[in-house]
Structure formats: C-alpha cells, structure tokens
Design a protein around this ligand. Structure first.
Ligand SMILES: [Zn+2]
Length: 129
C-alpha cells in the first residue's frame, strides 16, 4: 500500500482508498492504475504485455482470415449438404479475425496512452525540479 496525493486537497491518501478522507474527493481507480506506471519496471512490463497483445492479435487476425477464406472456398466447392458446417466455421473464424483486430487496436491504444502518460508525468517531475 502506498500513499498518493489527493488531486483536490493535496493531502496524502492511501492508493487503495476510493475517496479522500480529508475532502471527500472521489479518487478514480483508473488514476491509481496509471500511477503504477510511474515505476519504470511496471511501465516496461506493461508495454511488453501490450506488444504481446498486438502479436497475439496479428496471429488471430491472420489465422482467422486464412481459415475463413478456406471455408468460404469449401462452401462453394462442397455444395449444399455441407453448407451449414461451412457457415459455422466461417462465422467462427470471422469472429477470430475480428477479435484479432480488437486486440491489435487495444494493444496499440494502450501502448500509446501508457507512453504518453509516462512521458507527461516525467515532464511534470522535471518541471518541479
Ligand atoms: Zn482530498
């Protein structure tokens, strides 16, 4: 457990507190998660996780797209009796492909926001000094 400064009154507040006991200011949980990034090790680990997320996303997107195209082709060739099986696979791999895109976007957005946060909090520190 660590102490953070209340953004409203500036007094020390536990980072696990949802509300400042001095002035009642509601401390956002998101803020305390971002404060973890002040530690360089945490920041590096978070960025590595983001990159892993992006890589997994790219893998899922490629695999999903490949399989989806395969089953689209198969549906055309196999004919009506297997169409339902093909359609099931097509929607399954379309979902995989789209999940991949979401993971890539989330990973990129998180990586950029973490970097911006880290960069801006570093500037604040050097302004104070
Ligand atoms: Zn306060």
């Amino acid at each position: 457990m660590a102490l953070i400064k209340c953004p409203e009154c500036g007094k020390d507040v536990s980072d696990t507190a949802k509300m400042c006991p001095h002035c009642g200011y509601k401390i956002k949980i998101r803020k305390s998660i971002l404060l973890l990034l002040d530690d360089t090790m945490n920041f590096v680990i978070s960025e590595i996780l983001n990159i892993v997320l992006i890589i997994v996303g790219i893998f899922m997107f490629n695999k999903g797209k490949e399989e989806m195209l395969f089953w689209v082709q198969a549906k055309r060739e196999l004919g009506v009796e297997d169409a339902m099986y093909c359609i099931k696979n097509i929607s399954k791999y379309t979902l995989m492909k789209n999940t991949g895109i979401v993971l890539i976007c989330v990973g990129i957005i998180a990586a950029i926001s973490f970097a911006i946060y880290k960069f801006s909090s570093k500037n604040e520190e050097s302004d104070k000094a």
